[in-house]
Structure formats: structure tokens, C-alpha cells
Design a protein around this ligand. Structure first.
Ligand SMILES: Cc1ncc(COP(=O)(O)O)c(C=O)c1O
Length: 374
């Protein structure tokens, strides 16, 4: 097809052609993975316990959740999460499935989604695939959000405000308390909070930013993922009993896809159990993140804006993002360039993603190198 080569040529000319990175040789410090608690690097430590407790877990579910006979661990993990959050929970195969599925299910007549400009592609896909009506407000701009709500509240039966608790590319927090206050003003609002980058990392037990601010009961749909801090794969929605039943009956990625392998779900269960007690790791991660964010702010002469372990270093162009990533790689650091369409034009960056397994000294060395090549 002629269009294909044109597209590839254009992407290359704009420094936006992506490729799958090769396996780096040993000794690299990986600043690009979402292994925020360093759990993925500690798999060997937990292998024995895992084998002892979960040796009967099958390697395939062989059917979707609605048909599979292999659900012991799915039910156990949902029950465990339900106890932690104090609400019902439903597993999905990934965060992508969860967002596409929940947004699709909620695309009902007279429903308007009101979304932060920086919401994740999986939410955008959920809106687009399902033909949802949606409006976007400028990132974290509560005044603009209020204006949309004022205008639209009388025109729709349901307004669903969609945010991420920690934004995946900017690392800043959504103003959750203000959003909850808005909910009290507009009873037709449902609050949808994607905690992909806060699960494991924030809150006393690592349940996310809603736990940290004691707002779990106000999030109507809370999404958590296992592919990041939990060093596994899969996702879950925290919802009411009625919403869970509704999603089971209407969320198409839940209904029409083979369920996660039980062996994987059992691993997610073990990792979630470990996460609860990892307060020291969370504290350490917060400390080194604060330190590194200050260093990056100094180097770039502007605040990073980050409130978390995700710290952006804006490069101003795709070409410069590639150059800096390349130089960091030559120095032994893996930090990948982020370009369009993941971020808007002008928002090109190196996304530093920190882990509790890192030391302050290692990050001091990264910042020193960056300062030199800046
Ligand atoms: C905010 C957010 N939600 C959802 C996802 C998708 O999660 P998963 O990787 O489990 O599909 C991501 C992945 O990067 C994300 O950043």
C-alpha cells in the first residue's frame, strides 16, 4: 500500500519514527520502566513463596471470565482488593482494557464525558471507539472545568469527569479534593480516576492517591493497574456492587477476551500483598523523587511541575529529545525520548521514571551528566 511508506517517511523526517528498543547490555540504569517500587527486580526473592502457595495455578484461563472454569485466583484477588478498598472490584486484562471497557460501558444516552486534556490514550480510545460525547478541559484547570459543568449540567443526565491521579507524562497530581467538592455541587457528576501511576506508590498501603487523601469513597470508578508498581500485568476497577454487575454485562473487553492466566493473577495477588507493607520503599521513592526533581528544575531553569516519581525534562523538540536520550545511553542510562503523539507538539521530553531501587547517589550522577550534555 502506497500510503504506508509515505507515513513511515514522514515520521522519520519528523524524528518520530518509533522502534522497539533492543535489549541493553548489563549495567544500564533503567530510568524508563514503571517498576516504581523496584519489585520487578526482586522477582527471584519471591519465587519460593510463590511456588509454595500457588503451584496449582494454571497457565491459561482458556476462556473469558464469563465462561472460564479457572477463576479461583481471580476471585481471590478481587476479594482481597475489595477488602482493601472497602468496595467491589473487577479485574481487567490490562489498564488499556479497563479504560476502553469502562468508558465504553458508560457511554449511555445523555452522558457527557468531561476529561482532562492530558488523559491517557486508552481513555481517549475508549471515548472514540464508542462514539462517546466528550469535552476536554485544560490540564488541571478547575475553573475551566467548572465553566463546562455550569454550561452542560442541565443538558445531560450524566456528566463523567475523567482524570488521572498522577499524570503519566507530567508526574503531577490531579486536584482530587477540588474535584470531590465539585461533585457535591453537581449531583449528576460521576468521578472517574485512573490511578495507574499511583497504585503501589501513594497512600499508606499503596492503594493510590485517593487513599492518601481519604477520598476512595468519592471516586465512582477508580482504575488501578498491575503492570507498573506491582510488577505484573492486569488491572482492576473499584466500583459499587451495582456498577460491577453493570460492567460484567456491558464492558466489551471484559466479555470478549480470554481472562488473564490464573498463574499471573496469583502473582498479582502476591505482589499486592507485598505492596501493602512497602512503606519504607514509598518513603525512599518520595525522597529521591523530590531530590531529582529539584536537580532537573535547576538544570532546565524551570520547575518540573512533578509531584511524583515521574519527572519530565522538556527538550523543546523531538530531535533534541533523541539526542539527549542517545547521550544518556552512551553514559549508561536508559531514559527514553517521548514525542508526538504521546505528548503534544512542544511537549517533547525525556521522561525520567524513578524506582525505589535507585539511590540518591545514582540520581546525582544522572543529573551531573545531564547538566554536562544540556
Ligand atoms: C494512565 C494510564 N492508564 C492506563 C494505562 C494502561 O495500562 P496497561 O499498561 O496496564 O495497559 C497506562 C499505561 O501506560 C497509563 O499510563
Amino acid at each position: 500500500m502506497s500510503g504506508i511508506s509515505d507515513i513511515l517517511t514522514e515520521l522519520k523526517a519528523e524524528h518520530r519514527l518509533r522502534s522497539i528498543p533492543g535489549q541493553p547490555s548489563e549495567g544500564f540504569l533503567d530510568l524508563s520502566s514503571n517498576d516504581y517500587l523496584g519489585l520487578a527486580q526482586r522477582h527471584a526473592e519471591f519465587r519460593e513463596e510463590f511456588t509454595e502457595r500457588f503451584s496449582d495455578a494454571p497457565y491459561s484461563s482458556s476462556a473469558s471470565r464469563l465462561l472460564s472454569m479457572q477463576q479461583k485466583y481471580h476471585l481471590m484477588l478481587e476479594a482481597f482488593l475489595a477488602e482493601l478498598y472497602g468496595k467491589e472490584t473487577l479485574l481487567f486484562n490490562s489498564g488499556y482494557h479497563a479504560n476502553v471497557g469502562c468508558i465504553g460501558a458508560l457511554t449511555l444516552p445523555s452522558t457527557l464525558f468531561v476529561c482532562d486534556k492530558l488523559i491517557h490514550a486508552s481513555i481517549v480510545d475508549g471515548l472514540r471507539i464508542n462514539g462517546a460525547e466528550f469535552k476536554r478541559f485544560p490540564h488541571n484547570d478547575i475553573a475551566k472545568l467548572k465553566r463546562i459543568l455550569e454550561k452542560e449540567a442541565s443538558r445531560y443526565d450524566h456528566l463523567i469527569v475523567v482524570v488521572e491521579s498522577i499524570y503519566s507524562m507530567d508526574g503531577d497530581e490531579a486536584p482530587l479534593s477540588e474535584l470531590v467538592a465539585l461533585k457535591q455541587q453537581y449531583p449528576s457528576i460521576l468521578l472517574y480516576v485512573d490511578e495507574a501511576h499511583a497504585f503501589g506508590v501513594r497512600g499508606k498501603r499503596g492503594l493510590g492517591l485517593c487513599e492518601e487523601y481519604d477520598l476512595i469513597k468519592h471516586a465512582d470508578i477508580l482504575i488501578g493497574t498491575f503492570g507498573k508498581a506491582a510488577a505484573s500485568i492486569g488491572a482492576f476497577a473499584v466500583v459499587t456492587e451495582e456498577m460491577k454487575s453493570f460492567l460484567i454485562n456491558t464492558a466489551r473487553p471484559f466479555i470478549f477476551s480470554t481472562a488473564l492466566p490464573p498463574v499471573n493473577v496469583a502473582w498479582s495477588l502476591l505482589m499486592t500483598e507485598k505492596i501493602i507493607g512497602m512503606e519504607n520503599e514509598r518513603r525512599h521513592l518520595a525522597e529521591i523523587s523530590h531530590y531529582f526533581s529539584e536537580r532537573i528544575s535547576e538544570i532546565s531553569s524551570q520547575p518540573t511541575g512533578s509531584d511524583s516519581q515521574i519527572i519530565p525534562y522538556l527538550t523543546g523538540s523531538a530531535q533534541r529529545a533523541l539526542d539527549i536520550a542517545d547521550k544518556l545511553r552512551q553514559a549508561g542510562y536508559l531514559a527514553l525520548p517521548i514525542r508526538r503523539p504521546t505528548v503534544p507538539p512542544g511537549g517533547e521530553r525525556i521522561r525520567f521514571s524513578l524506582s525505589a531501587a535507585m539511590t540518591r547517589q545514582e540520581l546525582c550522577d544522572v543529573a551531573d551528566i545531564l547538566q554536562k550534555i544540556n
